[in-house]
Design a protein around this ligand. Structure first.
Ligand code: FA5
Length: 334
């Protein structure tokens, strides 16, 4: 047998015995690669007499073609089998029930804010947002706090620098509104507020407030009382009542704090919600609002208080801890 035939038959045997496409690839390189056994036989051509050279070359080429064809055939068969095995390994049971998507929902404080926006919007108040990082002037001086007045100590403040604070109260919106809008006006905001307070069940360093202000002709405490009573009924039910007690805030005169009572909560126990009063004359004057013609009221309240009492939540820290076991309990407006 010629040398070419010997190498070819060895190649054919190996190709037939190959048990994987990777093994086949190695055999292909061994015989047909650049330094493969069949390829390198060509070098012998130089040792042959001239008349035998073409024949020898042809023999090699034919042998290579046969081996190549056989490799291709074997490769297709092996790959087919390997693919089936892979499908088998990766098979999934499409009859298994799917995993349900976890759909997010609004946070209980957001649900509460939505309702507040609906109710105050319905009373003709326009919603506005003002910065959480606030100029110290809007947070205090514009609200009639004298410099270094002890009232500022009530609201332990996070100063960012001498001019900038994390707002301690949403009432800080007032100066921004009065600078731009002339009365009659009715605005409210719902937003985040910050105080450097010792955190406990009812006090956070970060909490939320609603603030509202209305200025028009002939506004009195009776209007304030009417609006807060309506607000309380919408938020807490038909039988909710509002109680006012005198209190001091530099930006109102007279000032009150107010509490809510509703049969829904603790059998009608009073719940303190926020502060309110008539806009202080100093503020009206500072913004050029004609005191003879206009007067106004303002109120502010803690948002967390509402779901706390509506749902009997005993610690406001739960609201911001992101424990889904807690949050998942609240699916609709309060
Ligand atoms: C104020 O912040 C006034 N700006 C309210 C106001 C507005 C009065 C307009 C008059 C006119 P006070 O500091 O009391 O007031 O806070 C109002 C409400 O925010 C409180 O009744 C309480 O419900 C809530 N609150 C205050 N501090 C915290 C706190 N650390 N954590 C949670 N809620 C708080």
């Amino acid at each position: 047998m010629s040398q070419v035939a010997t190498v070819e038959s060895a190649a054919i045997q190996e190709v037939q015995a190959a048990s994987s496409s990777a093994e086949l690839r190695a055999i292909e390189i061994k015989y047909l690669g650049k330094s493969g056994e069949l390829t390198t036989l060509l070098r012998l051509i130089g040792t042959l007499p001239n008349e035998e050279k073409p024949k020898f070359g042809q023999q090699i080429n034919e042998a290579k073609a046969r081996v190549t064809a056989l490799i291709e055939e074997r490769d297709a068969a092996l790959k087919g089998g390997e693919m089936l095995a892979q499908f088998e390994r990766e098979k999934i049971d499409i009859t298994l029930p799917g995993r349900p998507w976890r759909i997010g929902r609004e946070h209980v404080l957001q649900l509460t804010a939505n309702k507040i926006r609906r109710v105050l919007g319905g009373l003709g108040f326009r919603y506005i947002e003002t910065p959480e990082l606030e100029h110290v002037n809007y947070n205090f001086a514009a609200l009639n706090y004298p410099p270094d007045h002890p009232a500022m100590d009530d609201q332990d403040t996070f100063y960012i620098d001498d001019d900038t604070v994390l707002r301690t109260q949403c009432t800080a919106m007032q100066g921004r509104i009065f600078e731009k809008v002339k009365p009659p006006l009715r605005y409210f905001t719902v937003g985040r507020t910050f105080r450097n307070e010792a955190v406990d069940r009812t006090h956070g360093h970060t909490f939320h407030q609603v603030d509202a202000v209305m200025i028009d002709e002939g506004i009195s405490m009776a209007d304030l009382k009417g609006v807060l009573e309506l607000f309380a009924r919408e938020m807490f039910g038909e039988n909710a009542q509002v109680r006012f007690r005198p209190d001091f805030f530099p930006f109102v005169e007279p000032g009150v704090d107010y509490a809510i009572s509703s049969p829904k909560f603790a059998g009608g126990r009073w719940l303190e919600l926020g502060g309110a009063g008539l806009v202080h004359p100093n503020i009206l004057r500072a913004y050029g609002i004609d005191e003879e013609k206009y007067s106004g009221f303002a109120f502010g309240l803690g948002v967390e208080r509402i779901p706390m009492l509506a749902h009997g939540v005993d610690d406001l820290r739960h609201f911001l801890e992101n424990d889904l076991r807690f949050l998942d309990q609240f699916t609709s407006e309060i």
